[in-house]
Design a protein around this ligand. Structure first.
Ligand SMILES: NC(=O)N[C@@H](CC(=O)O)C(=O)O
Length: 428
């Protein structure tokens, strides 16, 4: 049984401690621990966090293996400090049956870079018309608990109500991609000053906010949980804050890119900045940061959306939407939330590991860094600062909006139940 002593790590950013891993479990946390029979990792004051959990990842397999596969996507996850990711259902075929979710689940197990928890589609084919086999996907080996039509909105209120009622029976949750389809027909970017100047079709904030307002009321009516994907506007924050004040069981996520980037970047017409929901304004960015700091927004989720070169390197209107995010998420959160004093590292662990694991019921992840817990951990060199170079990405795709941008922090080690998946920045 292998032993690893992580020496002098700032656990959750606190005073340096030693952490002894024995097999799949944390054996001891303290100071001056013996290294007897253990491989030693000198942490030198790096920050040790519970392994990160992403509730919103697009792994693209089956169907679009040219963009990403479960192997390349989970390698990217381990590089970014993740020990579990939830794989969205907009694959080809759609993950709307027990067969497809089990296929994805087994691929994650086979590759072993991080746990892959498939998300089941809410409706057949993501068409929004008929409920998929939610119960069969939950009962499958994949044990699906999160259901989403992400990429599409479950815009029919009766279907949404039925989905909320159905998953309530087994403690599941519907993760809504809030986008009123008729208000966003032909939309290319955030509706506002920039879209008017550029003459691009606008994606109005109200198209997101009106769906969130409806869904939190449906969740209250049904008495079930509801999760809101990728909040992008100040108005959405206010609605979620109001819903929480009424005791409605709503949780919400924000992506790293919506914490940092604005629609001003669209003036470049570089399709790397084309994303759904779109980049919004500075006012929205600041409201999202404040909401993540005060807990109105529960978690950071990457919405890792890999696309091959040919789907992005074309004129704006034809370009695919989305950005990769797994390998830069922690750096963007350090930049926007830690270095601005809005979150400390313990709170980052809450937002990027503990709470996502709780929402998705990812057992064994997001646990305290203490004896007896599974050794799902990540070690971060928070003193580092450097330019993002996508050439070094493990992801099969390179569509990052941060190329060449200086960001802080880099993950040096990741352990999945004691097995090192990343050592000194290199995948095992
Ligand atoms: N977030 C994105 O911009 N793209 C997502 C799906 C989607 O939400 O459109 C994708 O799967 O590519």
């Amino acid at each position: 049984m292998s032993k690893t002593l992580i020496r002098g790590a700032k656990v959750l950013g606190g005073a340096p401690q030693d952490v002894l891993i024995d097999g799949q479990t944390i054996a001891e946390v303290g100071t001056g621990l013996s290294a007897e029979g253990a491989e030693v990792v000198e942490a030198d004051g790096k920050v040790l966090l519970p392994g990160l959990v992403d509730l919103h990842t697009h792994l693209r397999e089956p169907g679009r293996e040219d963009s990403e596969t479960v192997l390349t996507g989970t390698r990217a996850a381990a590089s970014g400090g993740y020990t579990a990711v939830f794989a969205m259902a907009n694959t080809f075929p759609v993950a709307d049956t027990a067969g497809v979710v089990e296929q994805v689940y087994r691929l994650g197990q086979q590759h072993g870079y991080c746990d892959v928890q498939p998300i089941g589609a809410v409706t057949i084919g993501l068409e929004g018309r008929k409920l998929a086999e939610l119960g069969a996907m939950h009962e499958s080996a994949a044990g699906v608990t999160v259901f989403s039509d992400d990429g599409k909105c479950v815009d029919d209120a009766v279907i949404m109500r039925r989905a909320l009622e159905y998953v309530k029976a087994f403690g599941g949750v519907v993760a809504q991609h809030a986008q009123e389809p008729r208000l966003t027909e032909g939309a290319q970017m955030n509706e506002g000053v920039v879209s008017a100047e550029l003459g691009l079709g606008g994606w109005p904030a109200v198209a997101e906010e009106s769906i969130i307002a409806r869904d939190v009321l449906l969740a209250e009516h049904v008495g079930s949980r509801v999760h809101i994907c990728h909040l992008s506007t100040a108005g959405s924050v206010e609605i979620v804050r109001w819903a929480k004040s009424r005791g409605i069981q709503v949780t919400a996520e924000v992506t790293p890119h919506h914490l940092l980037l604005t629609d001003e970047l669209v003036r470049s017409y570089d399709p790397v900045y084309k994303v759904n929901p779109p980049l919004r304004t500075e006012r929205d960015v600041l409201a999202l940061r404040e909401a993540l700091a005060d807990g109105t927004i529960d978690i950071v989720a990457t919405d890792h959306a890999p696309h091959p070169h040919e789907d992005k390197d074309c004129e704006w209107a034809a370009a695919a939407m989305g950005m990769v995010g797994l390998e830069t998420a922690l750096s963007v959160v350090q930049e926007t939330m830690v270095e601005t004093g809005l979150l400390d590292w313990a709170q980052v662990a809450e937002r990027m590991s503990t709470k996502p694991a709780e929402i998705g019921r990812a057992t064994g992840h997001g646990r305290p860094v203490s004896a007896g817990e599974p050794a799902n951990l990540t070690l971060v060199d928070t003193a580092y600062r450097g330019a993002v170079d996508p050439a070094g990405f493990a992801s099969r795709s390179r569509n990052t909006p941060y190329e060449g941008r200086e960001l802080p922090g880099r993950v040096t080690h990741t352990w999945l139940r004691g097995k090192a998946t990343l050592v000194d920045g290199k995948l095992t």
